[in-house]
Design a protein around this ligand. Structure first.
Ligand SMILES: CN(C)C(=N)NCCC[C@H](N)C(=O)O
Length: 277
């Protein structure tokens, strides 16, 4: 069926978020981070609250993890773990500044009775693991160690498709690719190696492709519930194409968090399945 005639249905989601009470840019571990530029924690909190209220207004559940002083990037909950069928693979961060976030998120899950695994290899949670239907797309190149992909495949019992990122501005998979539905994605081809571009073309021949501008404003760091797609408000080309395909895009302003290299998806960890599954 042509994409534009599909009726889009929202599925209620459960998300984990972390209020950016200690947000700041005090170090630089990606090309967007400029510690010399001022940040405003109050604005970051306001922008984040709007995102959270949008989720609640759409009928989704939002759980919260307490922010920890001294961990300014902890707001990026998507990096904190990967949750599939109630099974939680912990994050193991590449840069020392973020290493303590892994155990903090893992504890949140363990305290609530989830089945957890303390990851053996470096991986940055849903920053590099994206679930598309029964398949998991897995980024590597800048953060997540390739060896983590086999660990994730074994732990989740799912097919894991490796994708290599080649542009340091798009250092996590979820800065270059967004999941729209169980069989649809949008992505920025130039962020991937030739081999990975080929793999994506074969898997998703009808994917929405982002242009340079929309990728650079982090339009692909988007969250979809199957109908509503929350994405950076500046990504107007992507929003137009999403409307054409029957989705309802909702523009969000997360300009303060972009100073650390994150947007809507980075702030949002999807909880797929609950404890005891
Ligand atoms: C897309 N996701 C989840 C992210 N891109 N996360 C943002 C991480 C930002 C942080 N300063 C870092 O460089 O790790």
């Amino acid at each position: 069926m042509p994409q534009q005639t599909r009726r889009r249905v929202a599925r209620p989601r459960r998300y984990l978020m972390c209020r950016p009470e200690h947000f700041d840019v005090t170090y630089s571990i990606n090309p967007w981070m400029r510690p010399e530029k001022p940040t405003d924690t109050g604005i970051a909190v306001l922008q984040w609250e709007r995102l959270r209220n949008l989720y609640l207004g759409l009928g989704h559940q939002v759980e919260l993890i307490d922010p920890i002083p001294g961990l300014p990037d902890m707001v990026f909950a998507a990096n904190g773990a990967t949750v599939v069928d109630g099974r939680v693979l912990s994050a193991r961060f590449r840069h020392e500044q973020r290493v303590p976030e892994g155990p903090a998120y893992l504890k949140w899950f363990a305290d609530r009775g989830y089945t957890t695994r303390d990851a053996e290899f470096v991986n940055e949670g849903e920053g590099d693991y994206l679930v598309v239907g029964s398949r998991v797309l897995a980024g590597t190149g800048f953060r997540t160690d390739r060896r983590s992909h086999a660990e994730a495949a074994e732990f989740f019992g799912r097919e894991v498709v490796p994708l290599e990122l080649v542009d340091p501005r798009f250092y996590h998979l979820d800065t270059a690719l967004a999941v729209l539905d169980d069989d649809e994605v949008m992505y920025y081809p130039a962020a991937f190696s030739a081999e990975s571009r080929e793999a994506l073309r074969a898997l998703y021949p009808d994917a929405v492709l982002a242009d340079d501008h929309d990728a650079e404003v982090f339009g692909l760091n988007a969250v979809s519930d199957g109908k509503h797609v929350l994405l950076a408000q500046e990504a107007v080309g992507l929003a137009d194409e999403l409307v054409r395909r029957g989705f309802s895009p909702i523009g969000v302003d997360l300009s303060e968090l972009l100073k650390s290299g994150g947007s809507a998806k980075c702030c949002t960890l999807e909880l797929r399945g609950g404890p005891g599954q």
